[in-house]
Design a protein around this ligand. Structure first.
Ligand code: AMP
Length: 207
């Protein structure tokens, strides 16, 4: 859990490599679905561009189907789900698993700047930031050497502010909810990528 831009995606991928379990991001699933050309994908895209959450009944159905596909039997890093109490309750009732939750704590000003500078490699998905991360070779992905980059269409200022608002009303209550369930970890997500990686590595040993 954490504000958009708090580093869940970047750190989730790192944690997934450390723990050798797959990274599953509902945002990635929806971006892929929204890129198709049909009525459902346009509807999905409208939710995302407006900064609103996709309706939970649909999200729950999709996550359940993906999680039960067999690829996640040894666990996974769930990034961006559950996103509200309805999803959290559904998850506990319908998916038989043990959960550890990680809260990425960071202020609004930092995430707005991070999001506005965010871009990713079109080929491998590695995430960079024009304000905080310079590429080792200008215009070339450090990870896969591709030269094609892209930005998320919901990373403009108006959408970002709406996403922050939605986060505070829908997702923030989950922090108290998961604290009560135990196996809860907080990361100071306002530091540099390297500082957060250090914290995440310590958490990985306890999970
Ligand atoms: P993210 O990449 O996690 O920031 O998600 C991007 C967008 O996808 C969000 O602003 C929502 O519109 C949608 N989305 C992702 N995960 C969920 C979820 N668990 N529930 C509802 N909407 C979601």
């Amino acid at each position: 859990m954490g504000l958009p831009g708090s580093g869940k995606g970047t750190q989730g991928k790192i944690l997934s490599e450390k723990l050798m379990i797959p990274h599953l991001s509902t945002g990635d699933i929806f971006r892929k679905m929204a890129s198709a050309d049909n009525e459902d994908s346009r509807l999905l895209s409208d939710y995302m561009i407006s900064g609103k959450l996709v309706p939970s009944d649909l999200v729950n159905k999709i996550v359940r189907k993906v999680l039960l596909s067999g690829d996640y039997n040894d666990g996974c890093i769930l990034d961006g789900y559950p996103r509200n109490l309805k999803q959290a309750e559904y998850f506990i009732e319908n998916i038989d698993t043990q959960i550890s939750s990680v809260f990425f704590e960071v202020g609004d000003e930092i995430v707005v700047k991070r999001i506005m500078g965010r871009y990713s490699c079109q080929s491998c998905g590695a995430i960079y930031n024009k304000y905080f991360d310079s590429l080792k070779i200008d215009g070339v992905c450090d990870n896969c050497r591709s030269t094609e980059f892209t930005s998320r269409s919901d990373d403009d200022e108006k959408t970002v502010l709406a996403r922050i608002k939605e986060y505070k009303t829908e997702t923030l209550p989950l922090v108290e909810y998961y604290k009560r369930k135990g196996r809860f970890f907080t990361v100071n997500a306002g530091g540099t990528k390297e500082e957060v990686i250090k914290e995440i590595s310590l958490i990985a040993k306890k999970i």
